[in-house]
Ligand binder design. Structure first.
Ligand code: FES
Ligand code: FES
Length: 163
């Protein structure tokens, strides 16, 4: 990564399978890279304190809060956002389960909830309620009371195990 005369730096981040190269300000947050540079506005910003988890994406296999990282820190990495969940066969089992089990109301927290759940199920295909609670502890929802989110994650886990 070398700085240009404008002070911008080139970065290449593979997002949802597509390598994306941009020249950006070194201070640009990963969440802003996704939203402003790539137009992937499914990743939400819900706070300015690294608290809410609405900005969660998968970075090289781990769930991370994309408002806590600079885009330059993700140079050369692979990122999956909520836009990358849906496949050719339609909604991802997590999206389907959140819909069927009413795991969302306003939906603002939902992209982050889905991405944290995706990382959890990649690690443990059959998590118990306590583990789901713990792993989603960094994702805040003001609407649902969390019970339906936990049911949705369990239902998605079942569906993925049966695939
Ligand atoms: S926007 Fe709230 S934790 Fe990132
Ligand atoms: S569904 Fe509204 S914040 Fe979670």
């Amino acid at each position: 990564m070398s700085e240009t005369t404008t002070g911008r730096v080139p970065v290449t981040i593979t997002v949802n399978g597509q390598p994306c190269t941009r020249e950006i300000e070194p201070r640009l947050l990963l969440v802003e890279f996704l939203r402003r540079e790539l137009g992937l506005t499914g990743t939400h910003i819900g706070c300015d304190t690294s608290f809410c988890g609405a900005c969660t994406v998968i970075l090289d296999g781990d769930a991370v809060k994309s408002c806590t990282l600079l885009a330059v820190q993700a140079d050369g990495s692979e990122v999956i956002t909520v836009e990358g969940l849906e496949g050719e066969e339609g909604l991802h089992p997590l999206q389907q389960a959140f819909s069927e089990h009413h795991g969302l109301q306003c939906g603002y927290c939902t992209p982050g909830m889905l991405m944290s759940s995706l990382a959890l199920l990649a690690e443990n295909p059959d998590p118990g309620i306590e583990e789901i609670r713990k792993r989603l502890g960094g994702n805040v929802c003001r609407c649902t009371g969390y019970q339906n989110i936990i049911r949705a994650v369990q239902a998605a886990a079942r569906a993925l195990r049966e695939e």
